[in-house]
Design a protein around this ligand. Structure first.
Ligand SMILES: [Zn+2]
Length: 365
């Protein structure tokens, strides 16, 4: 799954109705698998929006937006389908079912050859209303993750992301059969026979062009004479392949994947998720903040690079002083409420800090 699209820790998500009925039954908090499936924002049994009652799933909730009816309907349908697939799924069978349905509806030109363009258009039409989870909207609009999933599902040695298989299963059921007229119109025309003299002339032009520009790369060569390149590509592909400039693979550098924009806006919108029930200031720890967002270390660092928000700031010495000060103010107020004297030992115990930390802070203030 591309960077920023993977689902984080979902243990803290609950359906209010499920939580209430389970607590009455068992006197415990229960986390259901159906609520932990990536990108699920609604309970498949009650239709309620999931709520977060544990800080570890804060980011999951931040990335899900309450919005129009179409998105709510699609999100509930996604949750129901995902849960059904989870119950009936045995590894490998989901894609086989999708493939057979698409084959029946005419989306395969030949065994193993999906009509990608037609399927992409119809796939987008099925999900045009969108979803409540920002990542699911991104997956549907970008198409690249879906294509990667199709490639992975078609191979025996790769695992395809289950969430995208749910979308493919859904789309396969909803799309209409491709008409033979559409298929015929979209298929490429049969190439006509090319006179040998024209072919020889084009080949000679290309050879001369390559010899005249020894420093150009393969792409630059193509762009410097696009019409000639396109003609040879269409009518004399195998010869062109043999007479291309060698590809400079070593010079190609891999760029780090772009972080989807919704992470930055979600983290800027959300406050520090680590709100303690006793009201004390949470520890100034980047590690704990990352756990509270339920993010991987790499994703957290990339997101912090773009946000420059609380994660890094809280590791600074200045921020530590602010943290100790807030804890001590809170402890002093609590001691005053109970009519207890305000000495270092009591303050330290109330603030859950070491006595040496309190002494050091008071001596510098
Ligand atoms: Zn429920």
């Amino acid at each position: 799954m591309p960077l920023g699209l993977e689902s984080g820790n979902r243990y803290g998500l609950q359906c209010p109705e499920c939580a209430q009925s389970t607590f009455i039954e068992t006197r415990r908090r229960v986390s259901y698998t159906a609520h932990c499936i990536p990108y699920v924002t609604r309970c498949p049994w009650h239709g309620c929006r999931l709520v977060c009652d544990c800080e570890c799933s804060s980011l999951e909730l931040l990335l899900s937006e309450r919005s129009g009816d179409g998105r709510a309907v699609n999100s509930l349908h996604y949750a129901t389908r995902a849960d059904t697939l989870r119950q009936r799924c045995v590894s490998g069978q989901s894609w086989e079912r999708v493939r057979l349905t698409l084959e029946e509806k005419g989306y395969y030109a030949a065994p193993g050859r999906l009509r990608v363009r037609s399927f992409h258009e119809d796939f987008c039409r099925v999900f045009s209303a969108g979803f409540e989870d920002a990542r699911l909207n991104y997956i549907v609009s970008e198409w690249k993750p879906v294509q990667a999933c199709i490639r992975a599902a078609s191979r025996a040695d790769r695992a395809a992301p289950a969430a995208i298989l749910v979308l493919l299963d859904w789309a396969a059921d909803e799309v209409d059969c491709l008409s033979t007229h559409t298929v015929a119109r979209r298929s490429s025309p049969v190439p006509a026979d090319i006179p040998t003299s024209v072919r020889s002339l084009k080949r000679a032009q290309w050879t001369e062009h390559v010899a005249g520009h020894p420093k150009l790369s393969r792409t630059e060569m193509r762009l410097s004479t696009p019409a000639l390149w396109a003609w040879l590509y269409r009518h004399d592909g195998p010869w062109l392949q043999r007479h291309q400039v060698p590809a400079d693979v070593a010079a190609r550098k891999r760029r780090p994947a772009e972080l989807p924009p919704f992470h930055k806006s979600a983290m800027l919108r959300g406050a520090d998720p680590r709100q303690r029930c006793d009201g004390r200031e949470p520890l100034p720890s980047s590690y704990q903040l990352r756990l509270a967002y339920g993010m991987t270390e790499y994703l957290f660092n990339r997101a912090m690079e773009s946000v420059c928000g609380p994660g890094r700031g809280r590791e600074l010495p200045g921020a530590r002083a602010v943290f100790v000060d807030r804890r001590l103010q809170f402890a002093a107020a609590a001691l005053a409420c109970r009519g207890l004297p305000e000495n270092t030992a009591l303050l330290a115990r109330e603030a859950r800090l070491r006595v040496s930390t309190v002494r050091q802070f008071l001596s510098h203030s």
